[in-house]
Design a protein around this ligand. Structure first.
Ligand code: PNS
Length: 170
């Protein structure tokens, strides 16, 4: 039987509750979900690749514990084109989250370019859950930078990493 491998790519700088919501729901619609962490997506991430991988791996283990029987999520990093990574992993589709209409143009462009580069690779969009509609990593970083409370946006482990990072930078 064909295994449906879904690829959920992103920078995850840092992982938010919005991403975790996507991961939980995306894992329900494929046999294997690969979270593809882009090493350097041109955004000069605040968190190093290994920090982002550790954070995601930790949260994925909680998701697996919660869902008990379905341990179908893998976390991997990639460099270069997403379509090359998808080819390497045998992914059938890419999964992206849509929070608002403003996300659409960027996502549409990316999905169309990826489709041109790899015509058999489709992008599936999941709409963000209502409580996560406005949550973005960039917003979280800005709030943290100015000393705001980010506990309702990210897991407690991420808040701690963020506090450590920001105090190192002072
Ligand atoms: O969470 P993000 O930062 O919006 O994710 C963007 C990401 C990493 C999915 C995108 O930048 C990407 O796919 N980068 C890999 C390089 C690539 O394939 N670029 C062309 C996409 S059309």
């Amino acid at each position: 039987m064909t295994k449906h491998i879904g690829l959920y790519p992103g920078t995850f700088d840092p992982l938010t509750f919005g991403h975790i919501d996507m991961i939980e729901r995306a894992s329900q619609i494929c046999d294997l979900l690969i979270i593809g962490v882009a090493e350097n997506s041109g955004k000069s991430p605040l968190f190093s690749l290994s920090q982002r991988l550790n954070i995601i791996q930790e949260q994925v283990s909680y998701v697996h514990q919660k869902e008990k029987c379905t341990s179908n999520i893998k976390v991997e990093s990639f460099t270069g084109l997403l379509t090359d990574f998808a080819r390497l992993k045998g992914a059938s589709f890419v999964i992206r989250g849509l929070r608002a209409v403003s996300d659409f143009e960027y996502e549409f462009q990316m999905a169309s370019a990826n489709k041109r580069l790899k015509p058999d690779l489709d992008t599936v969009f999941l709409t963000a859950s209502e409580s996560q509609h406005f949550v973005a990593s960039s917003l979280v970083k800005e709030i943290a930078r100015f000393g705001g409370d980010i506990s309702s946006f990210v897991p407690v482990e991420v808040s701690k990493y963020m506090a450590d990072l920001l105090s190192e930078k002072k």
